[in-house]
Design a protein around this ligand. Structure first.
Ligand SMILES: *Cc1c(COP(=O)(O)O)cnc(C)c1O
Length: 378
C-alpha cells in the first residue's frame, strides 16, 4: 500500500494492558482496504497466516493445523471445549484465576462432565496433585490449563502438566491466549493437542478473531460432536481446508489483513525468541522501577510471566486507584485494574508495540504522580 503511515494520528495514550493493546501504525494502516471473502487474494492471505502460525507453534508442522475462529479469544476457547470432548468424555480444568474458571463455566453451560482443581490465585498449578487426581479419576479424558493466567500474571508449568497428562493418555488443551507469540513454545515437543490464542495479544494484531493450533490426529476424531453450530471447531477447519482459506461465515477481513501485517512485524523483529527478550526486558525494567518507588509485586519472581504484572496497592489510606489511573492516563499511559479477590492490586502489561523507552518514560512520569506519599524533601 502506498501510504505514508506517519500521517496516521498518534494514539492519545499507550495501552499497557493485556489486549487489545498498542499496535503499530502499519498494522492499523493495513485495514484501510476492503476484501472479498470469496476472492483468491483474500483466501491466500488466510492460508498463508494458517501455515505461518503452525510453523511458529510446532517443530512438526505437518502434524498440526490452524483453525481461525471469529470472535474474541473466549469464543475460540469455547469452540475447543464444546467441540473436542465427546459425550462420554470428562474434562479436568486446572485453575488459578479467572480464565481457568471461565473454562469450567463453559463446561457447566455446555453440560460437559467436568472436575476442577483450584490452586488459588497466587499458587501455580500443582502438578503433584494433578497426578493424584488422574490416578484416582480414570473417567477424565481431557485436561485444560491456562499458560499465563492474565488475572495475576502467573506463568503455569505447562510442560510438566502436559507431560503428566500424556503419561495418563489424556488430551491436552492449553489456553495460551496471552502468551503465544511472546513466549517460545513448541506444541509438538510439549505434547499439546489444542493450543488457543487470539489476534490481539502477543502477535500484536487488532481484536476480531482467535486461532487454534490443533494436532490433526486429535481434531479428526471431533466430527459431529460440537455443542454449537457457529463454534464447531471441526466444521470450521474442514471448511477452511476444503475451501482453501474460506471461513464458514463472514470473516473479519480487515482484522485478518492487520494480523498478516502483525505476523510480518513479528518475523521482522526476529521471531518469538526476540520478542520474548523485548517483553522480558520491559517487564524486568518495569518491576525494578516500580520497586524503587515502593511498590511490591503480588507474585514472587519465579512465578511471574514477562507479559503482565500485578502490583499491590501501596499501604496508604490516601491511595486511590481511580486517582492514580487518571493521573497516569493524563501523562499518556493506560494501566489496568486488578482482577483478584485475595488482595487489592492493579496491573501493568508490557506487551504490544511497547519498548524499553516507553517503560522508562512511564517510570519517569509515574514518579511525579505518587500523590499519597508525603514528600518531605520538597
Ligand atoms: C485475554 C484472555 C482470554 C480471552 O479473552 P477475550 O476477552 O475473550 O479475548 C482467555 N484467556 C486468557 C488467559 C486471556 O489472557
Amino acid at each position: 500500500m502506498n501510504m505514508n503511515v506517519t500521517q496516521l494520528p498518534d494514539n492519545p495514550y499507550l495501552l499497557l494492558t493485556p489486549g487489545p493493546l498498542s499496535t503499530s501504525k502499519k498494522v492499523k494502516a493495513a485495514m484501510l482496504r476492503d476484501w472479498c471473502t470469496w476472492d483468491q487474494d483474500y483466501n491466500q492471505l488466510v492460508q498463508s497466516i494458517r501455515s505461518r502460525l503452525v510453523k511458529m507453534a510446532s517443530s512438526q508442522p505437518d502434524a498440526y493445523t490452524t483453525v481461525l475462529m471469529q470472535g474474541s479469544g473466549t469464543f475460540s476457547v469455547e469452540s475447543v471445549i464444546g467441540s473436542v470432548i465427546p459425550r462420554d468424555g470428562k474434562l479436568l480444568v486446572l485453575t488459578n484465576g479467572a480464565y481457568g474458571k471461565r473454562i469450567a463455566e463453559m463446561a457447566e453451560v455446555l453440560g460437559i462432565d467436568y472436575v476442577v482443581m483450584d490452586d488459588g490465585e497466587t499458587n501455580p498449578v500443582n502438578v503433584k496433585q494433578l497426578k493424584e487426581i488422574l490416578q484416582v479419576d480414570t473417567a477424565i479424558t481431557h485436561v485444560a490449563v491456562v499458560h499465563v493466567e492474565t488475572t495475576t500474571g502467573m506463568i503455569n508449568p505447562i510442560a510438566d502438566v502436559a507431560r503428566v497428562a500424556k503419561q495418563y493418555g489424556k488430551t491436552v488443551i492449553v489456553d495460551a491466549m496471552s502468551s503465544f507469540g511472546g513466549i517460545p513454545m513448541d506444541v509438538a515437543e510439549l505434547g499439546i493437542d489444542y493450543l488457543i490464542s487470539s489476534a490481539n495479544k502477543c502477535i500484536q494484531g487488532v481484536p476480531g478473531f482467535g486461532f487454534i493450533i490443533a494436532r490433526i490426529e486429535a481434531l479428526l476424531t471431533c466430527t459431529g460432536q460440537a455443542r454449537s453450530l457457529s463454534l464447531d471447531l471441526y466444521d470450521q477447519w474442514e471448511a477452511m481446508e476444503l475451501g482453501n482459506g474460506k471461513w464458514r461465515y463472514t470473516s473479519p477481513t480487515h482484522t485478518v489483513r492487520a494480523f498478516d501485517q502483525a505476523l510480518l512485524e513479528l518475523e521482522e523483529e526476529g521471531g518469538i525468541a526476540r520478542r520474548y527478550e523485548r517483553f522480558a526486558r520491559n517487564q524486568q525494567t518495569l518491576v525494578e522501577g516500580m520497586q524503587r518507588m515502593g511498590f511490591q509485586t503480588l507474585l514472587s519472581k519465579e512465578l511471574q510471566s514477562p507479559i503482565i504484572t500485578s502490583f499491590l496497592y501501596p499501604d496508604s489510606s490516601v491511595f486511590s486507584f481511580e486517582e492514580f489511573y487518571s493521573r497516569i492516563k493524563e501523562v499518556g499511559f493506560v494501566i489496568y485494574p486488578g482482577k483478584i479477590t485475595a488482595a487489592s492490586t492493579f496491573r501493568i502489561g508490557n506487551i504490544g508495540d511497547v519498548h524499553l523507552a516507553d517503560i522508562e518514560r512511564l517510570l519517569e512520569n509515574m514518579e511525579n504522580q505518587l500523590f499519597w506519599i508525603v514528600n518531605t524533601n520538597k
